[in-house]
Design a binder for this molecule. Sequence first.
Ligand code: AMP
Ligand code: MG
Length: 188
Amino acid sequence: MVIKLDVVVVIDIEATCWAGATPVGQEHEIIEIGICTLDIKTGERIDRESLLVKPTKSKVSQFCTELTGLTQQDVDNGLRFDRACSILRKKFKTKSRIWASYGDYDRKMFEKQCAAHGVAYPFNGTHINIKSLYAMLMGLEREISLSAVLSQLNIEFEGQPHRGIDDAWNEALILSHLIEKMRLPLAE
Ligand code: AMP
Ligand code: MG
């Protein structure tokens, strides 16, 4: 398959979670797929979207609502997971584009949930881990948190932390900075 390099699809997911152990009979499930598309040539962020997904094997706990701002009622009106994956494929063309996330958590959650729900993985084999890319390019000894990167770059977080749509928006800006800084030296 030919990968198109028009945009990178930056994705940040939120999942059901608990303060302590996972309650018996429940499991972590995706409840929001935050999306921000980044124009590779111009470095501009283009579209941002939040796909809320209805969990089928878990409930949104009070702890999860406090972390993400999302309630059970919000996700009760959400999409089925297979429908959300279909939107990624059709609207965001994730089968033929590169996607990126901050860390490997989002990729692993997609792999796990697609397998568990018998849903086709909506991406191709490519994935950019912005967290490791940033650490490598900055010569850091280890990966650092999203908030630490933003403070290194002197960028204020825009929106609400731990909302997928806002996390993706800010993560896309970090990737944009990296692409902009690296492009000219490497192209010379
Ligand atoms: P994030 O993209 O940092 O908002 O995290 C993605 C998901 O990881 C959240 O929706 C939670 O399911 C889980 N998560 C993040 N931070 C915590 C935390 N402090 N305690 C428990 N789960 C967390
Ligand atoms: Mg998030």
